[in-house]
Design a protein around this ligand. Structure first.
Ligand code: ADP
Length: 522
């Protein structure tokens, strides 16, 4: 455990800090009361309920307030954990890595600062959720689509900083973000990229600025608090097709990845191509006990029944095509030709033009309409909890098979179903595996903890690393990125020590502790 917990800050320092926080934000926006600590808990932690409990919260309303709070925290040695909407579920929710860290809750900073229909981009504060931005488009009759992740209640900034993926045209959410404003751990305000030029006309439009490119270091990191971010949007396309390719056999995974890869590389498929297994999609629309109530993974004969009743494949590819009707039609023809050799493959397409009502949940997501429809997966086993194991692989059929076989066999070994899928970028994929467990069953949670840890180490041995992880595994995952005697982690720690010598911002985030005397992993 981190030293910070052992040398915890004195009660006197905490009391002084909260007194000062309250004078900055107003009495109701800062508290260290017990119930306020609980409200920042991770509801899906596979373990003790308050393993990652916060030390209260402070919720500023403006950038100068954030700066003042950070200065107080620095002076008094109070660690702060920034959060935008706190919906980082499956990876720790709103909870901090080190118990007792004070939540710097940015939900009140929820202004949509700019939406430009001509250049198709938005600039938002951290508290703006996907729902909020979508509502703004509707209220202002703006013909713009954003990329939304599965559940739409999270924030544009928080999800972008975690390098999350969505279903829209610009599905890599950090890659389509540009121009940050950051409060540094000493309270100073930094503008990245072209924003460093006072009065810049292209802050949120150009990928870079001048000199070393630093935006990435503020993602999955603890080097600053992001108070503003720009995000690309798609002008509403004149034609949109939602496509599904259902492959009947477990062994079809390799073939479908191989067949669709060229269309990702040449950007015929621009949004996130997903290839999900039967169990994962079943968990969006049903609960396990509807199909099977026994122990251990669902048996093969029941999977066959599920497949038939739900009219799904064992592997189900889904993606969108956007553009003119001719362009989309041509792309769909080429894609159909590429997959038709998969015996028993089923193809579905639904088309939309501006003004059409979009009701299908998947089609809504790809059209930038946020929802919570995927969220029902948490109740697959009842008393819902889940964490995600998310390694990255090359967009090759053989890697998909190796990774899938391993994650499935380890899940089965521990008695769990395997709910998984591949979220494909142009040349790689995020192999997302949802480990669902009962929150009221300590034995089941203990098994999940062991399983997860094994997954991390077994995958690392084969050269596959995670793109993001839960609080409980941040150190373990960081320790697998250990090329050349942990050169990366040492570099990240060096930066941390220079930027945040007192370790004030999010100690331990992503396994970065900086100055070991403040919070190094023991
Ligand atoms: P969301 O609700 O969008 O899913 P969260 O608010 O849960 O996102 O934040 C996800 C993670 O990203 C947090 O744990 C925190 O470490 C980091 N984070 C969120 N917002 C900020 C921010 N404005 N500045 C720096 N880090 C942030």
């Amino acid at each position: 455990m981190a030293k910070l917990e052992q040398n915890s800050v004195s009660q006197k320092q905490i009391d002084t800090a909260f007194k000062e926080f309250k004078s900055i934000v107003g009495d109701q926006w800062a508290s260290s009361l017990h119930e306020d600590k609980e409200s920042y808990n991770d509801p899906y932690n596979p373990g003790q309920e308050f393993e990652f409990v916060s030390g209260g919260f402070v919720a500023p309303e403006s950038v100068p307030e954030v700066q003042e709070i950070v200065r107080v925290a620095n002076r008094l040695g109070i660690p702060l954990w920034p959060l935008s909407t706190g919906k980082n579920l499956a990876y720790g929710g709103a909870a901090p890595r080190v118990p007792g860290t004070v939540m710097l809750d940015l939900k009140r900073m929820n202004r949509i600062l700019e939406v430009d229909e001509e250049l198709a981009y938005a600039v938002v504060e951290p508290g703006v959720s996907f729902f909020d931005l979508h509502q703004y488009f509707k209220d202002n009759n703006l013909k713009l689509w954003m990329s939304v992740p599965g559940p739409g209640w999270g924030s544009i900034v928080g999800n972008g900083l975690e390098r999350g993926a969505g279903y829209g045209y610009y599905s890599d959410h950090f890659a389509s973000s540009r121009g940050l404003e950051v409060v540094l751990p000493n309270g100073e305000l930094l503008r990245t990229g072209m924003g460093a030029l006072p009065g810049s006309n292209a802050w949120h439009l150009f990928n870079y600025g001048y000199g070393p490119h630093v935006e990435g270091i503020f993602t999955q990191s603890n080097y600053g608090i992001v108070t503003r971010m720009g995000r690309d949007l798609l002008p509403e396309p004149e034609f949109y097709m939602s496509c599904e390719i259902n492959c009947p056999r477990e062994s079809d995974l390799e073939a479908v990845v191989t067949a669709l890869r060229p269309f990702k590389i040449d950007e015929t498929i621009r949004n996130s191509l997903t290839i999900m297994n039967l169990e994962l999609i079943a968990s969006f629309m049903s609960v396990r006990s509807q199909w099977y109530d026994g122990n251990g993974p669902i048996p093969e004969e029941i999977l066959k029944v599920m497949q038939e009743k739900l009219n799904l494949g064992r592997w189900n590819a889904a993606f969108a095509l956007y553009g003119s009707e001719i362009k989309v039609g041509d792309a769909w023809n080429r894609i159909q030709n590429a997959v038709k050799h998969i015996s028993g493959v089923e193809l579905h397409a639904r088309t939309y033009q501006p003004g059409d009502e979009i009701l299908h949940p998947r089609d809504q997501s790809q059209a930038g309409i946020p929802s919570l429809s995927e969220f029902s997966l948490v109740n697959w086993r009842g008393a819902g909890g889940h964490i995600d194991f998310s390694p990255i692989g090359p967009l090759r059929g053989k890697d998909a098979k190796i990774m899938n076989d391993l994650v499935r066999s380890l899940n089965y070994e521990y008695g769990f179903d395997h709910l998984g899928g591949f979220y494909c970028d142009a040349r790689s994929f995020r192999c997302i595996n949802t480990l669902v467990f009962r929150k009221d069953d300590p034995e089941e949670m203990a098994k999940v903890r062991k399983l997860f840890s094994r997954l991390v180490s077994e995958f690392a041995k084969l050269g596959y690393g995670e793109y993001r992880t839960h609080l409980a595994y941040m150190d373990q995952v960081a320790s697998t990125f250990n090329y050349n005697d942990n050169a990366m982690l040492r570099f990240q720690d060096l930066l941390k020590s220079a930027i945040d010598p007192k370790g004030i911002i999010a100690p331990g985030k992503s396994g970065v502790w900086g100055n070991k005397d403040m919070g190094g992993v023991q």
